[in-house]
Design a protein around this ligand. Structure first.
Ligand SMILES: Nc1ncnc2c1ncn2[C@@H]1O[C@H](COP(=O)(O)OP(=O)(O)OP(=O)(O)O)[C@@H](O)[C@H]1O
Length: 332
């Protein structure tokens, strides 16, 4: 990394390892060698099948890992500090004014007993923001009567309204980074895109970088500048969204694309990825996708090299073959 790129980076996660403590056996790594970085104002996405470690990675950045999990290796560089080794108190101070998060289900992060006003004031206090800005923020996220919302409790609001409150709460302090962990999965399909648009419009106006965790490649394609593909606890491919999705350099990304529906799709059937994701206790030093990969050879039992080309990186022994196959499949 050059001094120039390092200075441009907001968050750099390097070889992150998160371990789960187990009572009767050795600790288990649930994230194991994840690396990616995010620049100021960048819109990035973390994609991958269930269990690949996307949420745990976000919670590590927020310093909000479950009791039985801990960062056991690697670094999380945030504007010169390493959050992997920082004291809880230091990370707590960053939550709100610097890094904020929106969760899948707003009800788990809103207190059911407290009014929205109370909870927004708590969030605003950390960022030294007053009542006027809170009301303005509620107006910006689309509430016609912000004063009325302030007096209501979470159960009095619809799912979409609650998620808009969460967006207001997360962005009230104008953080530098917003982590959004599948922020619309709990919402009706009809309002998902409205809520996403709102989140991205506001973040853009504030210059806030966004890392969205999503299963939906069509959302990622539309809304993200860069994409990081996670598989079995590692980031296996990274790069600008358009180029990763049009010319994947990792067989797992190619498989994900074949299994995702696309607008105007003429394919009769989507191909599901054969096999199952190995669980953390099955991970080894070799390529973890090899049991499901059509290109796998014996060599894949060894740690795959990280292939870096311009702003793309992928970890695969067979990038050349993968690219040759894509060339053959693409009519001139
Ligand atoms: N508190 C915990 N204790 C032990 N293992 C955990 C804990 N939380 C998560 N895990 C394990 O960590 C791995 C990564 O989980 P994570 O929730 O980050 O995956 P994900 O990619 O976000 O999946 P999804 O898309 O389903 O949310 C999984 O194997 C999961 O079972």
């Amino acid at each position: 990394m050059t001094a120039e790129t390092a200075a441009q980076e907001l968050l750099t996660v390097k070889d992150l390892r998160v371990s789960a403590t187990r009572r009767e056996s050795q600790d288990l790594h649930v994230v194991d060698g994840a690396s990616f970085s995010i620049a100021p104002g960048e819109r990035a996405a973390l994609v991958g099948e269930s269990g690949s470690g996307k949420s745990v990675t976000c919670f590590s950045v927020m310093g909000l890992l479950a009791q039985n999990l801990r960062v056991s290796g690697g670094s999380i560089r945030w504007r010169g500090n390493d959050l992997a080794t920082a004291k809880r108190e230091e990370i707590r101070r960053l939550r709100g004014p610097e890094i904020a998060m929106i969760y899948q289900e707003p009800l788990t992060s809103l207190n059911p007993l407290m009014t929205i006003g109370y909870q927004l004031k708590e969030a605003a206090r950390r960022s030294k923001v007053g009542r006027r800005e809170i009301l303005e923020m509620l107006d910006r996220v689309g509430f016609a009567d912000p004063r009325r919302i302030m007096g209501q409790r979470p159960h009095e609001l619809s799912g979409g309204m609650r998620q808009r409150v969460m967006i207001a709460m997360a962005l009230i302090g104008q953080p530098k980074l917003l982590l959004a962990d599948e922020p619309t999965t709990a919402l009706d399909v009809t309002i998902q895109s409205q809520v996403l648009k709102l989140m991205y419009d506001l973040s853009y106006e504030m210059g806030t970088a966004v890392l969205i965790v999503s299963h939906d490649l069509s959302v990622v394609r539309k809304l993200s500048d860069t994409i990081h593909v996670m598989y079995a606890g590692q980031v296996v491919e990274s790069g600008p969204t358009d180029s990763v999705l049009s010319q994947p350099r990792h067989p797992y990304t190619r498989a994900l694309l074949s299994s995702a529906p696309r607008l105007g799709d003429t394919r009769e059937r989507l191909e599901s990825i054969p096999g199952i994701v190995p669980t953390p206790d099955q991970w080894d030093a070799g390529c973890r996708f090899r049991s499901r990969c059509p290109l796998a050879t014996e060599r894949c039992a060894e740690t795959p090299p990280v292939d870096v080309v311009a702003d793309r990186s992928s970890a695969c022994w067979h990038v050349d073959q993968l690219l040759a196959e894509q060339k053959e499949a693409t009519p001139l």
